[in-house]
Design a protein around this ligand. Structure first.
Ligand SMILES: NC(=O)c1ccc[n+]([C@@H]2O[C@H](COP(=O)([O-])OP(=O)(O)OC[C@H]3O[C@@H](n4cnc5c(N)ncnc54)[C@H](OP(=O)(O)O)[C@@H]3O)[C@@H](O)[C@H]2O)c1
Ligand SMILES: [Zn+2]
Ligand SMILES: [Zn+2]
Length: 338
């Protein structure tokens, strides 16, 4: 069980082609997962385009993997062979820095990201540290669970971190992979939920995911009408919008929380913060403990991402579909290595 068959880009923006690699001996703290399904996150596209200047080629993307534990290192804890697990953006954390020791493993000072300088889940198998192979509850379907491990966790963690209340009014900007899961979580959390979308054709589906209100994210006048009304606005887009109007839509003590990887800085005048005591923040994915809480929450509230399935061998079509903004609302690849 040495060579791993995968799909890799061998150069910048090259289509993915079949690729095999030898992962070497399994580390003592490592787990090998036999991948059954893997979601496609927009961050996979960004890595393929070297948008963050940290891509190394060949690159095997994929960081929303679900599968079963195929091998356990000598010191891997809390897992058994055959167990269903998921793997997200983080594949390892040091386990001894202050952040890891206080339960904020996603803020580890020396993080290991699943597809940065290592190979990810568009493959028959993928490896990670045991702490990041997250147990999948029986109630969740492996076919649809993958997107929870990156996109889902990223929008769930801020609800815990910032103590979002069921009485809060919360906006979600961008109804894509992350955004549609945010709507589901917030509705079940008890909030009054406003979806901001640049594509009003998504309005009915956004309501189906849990939005009480749908507003055009590109309509400054419509956003201005919401002035001082939203306790939290979660930004999941990766494009510039009317930040002045969105900051103005925050209630006193409100928070603009950014999880989308914006290419340009957000202009934040002090006047937008001071008078109404507003905050601007961001966060990377979530910790294993918060992931476990999210999975339990999904099981309890019967939440599952809305996915489109592609066989893994059609990964290039799937990537084009996401690039074109046509994914509804998360693409999942099904392992068809034979
Ligand atoms: N912080 C983290 O840890 C973390 C984790 C995962 C992903 N991310 C980042 O989060 C972002 C979203 O990822 P995703 O996988 O959800 O992407 P996605 O599925 O492509 O969704 C992005 C959404 O942004 C909106 N959008 C796209 N182009 C737009 C435009 N020109 N004007 C206005 N809105 C536009 C669209 O929503 P509407 O059609 O509704 O407007 C689109 O569905 C990416 O930057 C990704 O890298 C961050
Ligand atoms: Zn991701
Ligand atoms: Zn650490």
């Amino acid at each position: 069980m040495s060579t791993i068959r995968a799909w890799a880009a061998t150069a910048l923006n090259a289509p993915l082609t079949p690729y095999s690699y030898d992962p070497g001996p399994l580390g003592d703290e490592e787990v090998e997962i036999a991948v059954t399904h893997c979601g496609i996150c927009h961050s996979d596209l960004s890595m393929l385009g070297n948008a963050w200047r940290n891509t190394t080629f060949p690159l095997v993307p994929g960081h929303e993997a679900v599968g079963t534990v195929a091998a356990l290192g000598a010191h891997a804890k809390g897992l058994r062979i055959g167990q269903r697990v998921g793997l997200g953006w983080m594949a390892g954390s040091c386990m001894h820095c202050t952040q890891c020791l206080s339960g904020h493993h996603n803020l580890c000072n020396t993080p290991e990201e699943t597809i940065v300088a290592r190979h990810g889940g568009f493959a028959e198998r993928v490896r990670c540290h045991w702490a990041w192979a997250l147990a999948l509850p029986d109630a969740l379907d492996a076919k649809t669970a993958g997107p929870l491990f990156c996109g889902g966790l990223t929008v769930f963690a801020p609800l815990v971190e910032f103590d979002v209340k069921p009485t809060d009014r919360v906006g979600v900007v961008g109804i894509g992979g992350l955004g549609h899961m945010a709507l589901m979580f917030l509705r079940a959390w008890g909030c009054e939920v406003t979806a901001f979308t640049s594509n009003m054709n998504k309005a009915d589906e956004a309501r189906g995911f849990g939005a009480h209100h749908v507003v055009a994210s590109t309509d400054s006048q419509a956003i201005k009408r919401l002035a001082r009304s939203l306790d939290v606005i979660m930004v999941t887009v990766n494009v510039a919008l009317d930040w002045k109007a969105l900051l103005g839509a925050l209630a006193p003590r409100g928070r603009l929380h950014v999880v989308g990887a914006l290419p340009e800085p957000i202009p934040v005048p002090s006047s937008a913060l001071i008078g109404a005591q507003r905050s601007v923040s961001g966060s990377p994915t979530g910790s294993p403990a918060v992931a476990a809480a999210m999975l339990e929450f999904c099981a309890r509230h019967r939440i599952s991402p809305q996915v489109e399935m592609f066989p893994m061998s059609r990964v290039n079509d799937a990537l084009d579909h996401l690039r074109a903004g046509k994914a509804r609302y998360r693409i999942v690849l099904e392992n068809d290595f034979r």
